[in-house]
Design a protein around this ligand. Structure first.
Ligand code: EPU
Length: 458
């Protein structure tokens, strides 16, 4: 099993490019089930989760062409008879649940293994099911599978759907309901929709396929149903979580790096916290004569969703520097545009070395703290009380053997290892490979002493 061996203390320098967003690409691949024409995505990261999704789509009767060198995937749904997402695939990747809406809307029936909990806590899907029921679907559980069927009329019907839950809205739930509603009869209004950039990017793809979605990126999404969708080409937005992780990597090593394809517009709350702590983040002006973003070709303007994300500000180049010990700060994870839960472990690693006490409260997944025990092994001073962790800054972290438990916790431990005195071995980095394309190579390029080894945990 692969581990990363990290000799800490190297200041990062150089340039890194942010890949396309995993969490945007996964449901977009599933959206190809909504049409019998090919859907081509570009800037798709080469990740285990993406391969799992293409495998699932293959089983669901799609021809898939994956070209990792070109970062593109084309999905062509050719056999409409398959409607079952098996347990064996869904258990490896919870995001498989996003085939539910498209299968139901276009093939009339979906059977998707009920995703279980995972290392970050309970992961219910009640809101997905409630949303699809509101559109008239018959949705029930059978032998561990969510089964969704069209009503007798043979088509979903637009409705007003409320998707707020005890921890805010649901990202994949909003995406599931939105992608079912595009083929429903009439208008659907999703209230308390998730506002995450991945929802907005999904709406942009659906609109490129002929759907009529407005308001995505805000809490009210309006979908006017259409009879059918067609193929499309779409470039996936950059990964805001990978981008934030590299900011933290520069900061924790007192480094100075340049990050390309940086989605500034999707990271407002994150940049606010990093800047508050003392990290310098400046956009790099394009070289004189160069245009900040390529001019849009005539006729290609997106016609429907008046998105909240500005194209140019989603693909900036920024310079990140940290020259002094950071200030402590408070962080509360919240639905977008708040601070994302997917960067909680990374900022915790950073604040372990700040000059004073910080407080981190997790409001999305209140048990997402498996990294705390591992950071303690590296000399961090952390006290957890329910969903809150008090982080008392220490002068140094000390290298140790630590165990990755989930994707983002692993990223936090790798960051801690980059700053720690001595050698840190992060075991089970297959978690990290699910969400970061060859993070070891990107860090090496920035001057980090990181090596991937095949090593059993002691
Ligand atoms: N929730 C419900 N009922 C539901 C669905 C969700 O109560 O039916 C609750 C959850 O338990 C949680 C909150 O609502 O407390 C938010 O969960 P959400 O449904 O938004 O999570 P998700 O859509 O399953 C996506 C990302 C996660 C990310 C969360 C929150 C993908 C593939 N996954 O999950 O990403 O943490 O949104 O932003 O898009 C990761 O990349 O490491 C990751 C876990």
């Amino acid at each position: 099993m692969d581990a990363f061996v990290i000799n800490g203390g190297k200041r990062l320098r150089g340039t890194v490019r942010v890949h396309g967003a995993k969490n945007a690409a996964l449901p977009q691949l599933a959206a190809a089930l909504l049409t019998d024409q090919p859907v081509k995505l570009s800037d798709v990261p080469d990740l285990v989760d993406i391969r799992n999704m293409t495998k699932l789509l293959n089983e669901l009767g799609c021809e898939v062409e994956h070209d990792p060198a070109a970062s593109s995937v084309t999905v062509h749904s050719t056999d409409d008879s398959k409607c079952k997402a098996r347990y064996d695939i869904v258990r490896t990747m919870r995001a498989s649940v996003c085939v539910l809406g498209p299968l139901l809307a276009r093939r009339g029936m979906a059977q998707v293994s009920m995703p279980g909990g995972c290392n970050i806590g309970d992961r219910p899907v009640d809101l997905h099911m409630r949303g699809l029921r509101a559109l008239g679907a018959k949705v029930y559980l059978d032998s561990g599978y969510i089964v969704a069927e069209l009503p007798e009329s043979g088509r979903l019907t637009g409705a007003r759907v409320f998707l707020g839950g005890p921890f805010g809205s649901t990202v994949l739930g909003t995406i599931n309901v939105m992608s079912a509603a595009v083929l429903a009869k009439g208008r659907t209004i999703i209230e308390s929709a998730a506002c995450e950039p991945e929802v907005e990017d999904m709406a942009n793809l659906l609109n490129a396929m002929g759907a009529n979605v407005t308001g995505a990126g805000t809490p009210r999404v309006i979908v006017e149903g259409v009879d059918q969708l067609h193929g499309a080409k779409h470039k996936v937005i950059p990964d805001r979580i990978e981008a934030g992780t590299y900011v933290a990597a520069a900061a924790i090593t007192n480094g100075q790096i340049t990050i390309e394809n940086f989605p500034t517009d999707a990271l407002t709350a994150v940049l606010d916290r990093f800047e508050y702590a003392g990290v310098e983040i400046e956009p790099v002006k394009p070289a004189s004569g160069a245009s900040p973003s390529p001019p849009r070709k005539r006729g290609t303007r997106k016609k429907n969703n008046q998105g909240t994300l500005d194209d140019a500000r989603m693909r900036q180049t920024v310079r990140v520097a940290s020259t002094r010990r950071l200030e402590p700060t408070q962080v509360v994870t919240q639905p977008h545009p708040g601070f994302p839960t997917d960067l909680q472990a990374q900022i915790m690693a950073l604040l372990c070395l700040a000059d004073g006490n910080s407080m981190i409260t997790e409001k999305i997944f209140p048990d997402r703290f498996l990294h705390v025990a591992e950071l303690l092994r590296m000399g961090a001073n952390l006290v957890r009380n329910g969903p809150t962790v008090l982080v008392s800054g220490v002068r140094e972290l000390i290298g140790a053997q630590v165990m990755a438990s989930d994707l983002r916790a692993s990223a936090g431990l790798i960051l801690a290892g980059l700053a720690a005195r001595g050698t840190t071995t992060v075991h089970r980095v297959y978690h990290v490979d699910r969400g970061y394309e060859r993070m070891d190579l990107s860090l090496q390029k920035l001057g980090a002493d990181v090596e991937r080894v095949d090593q059993p945990a002691e």
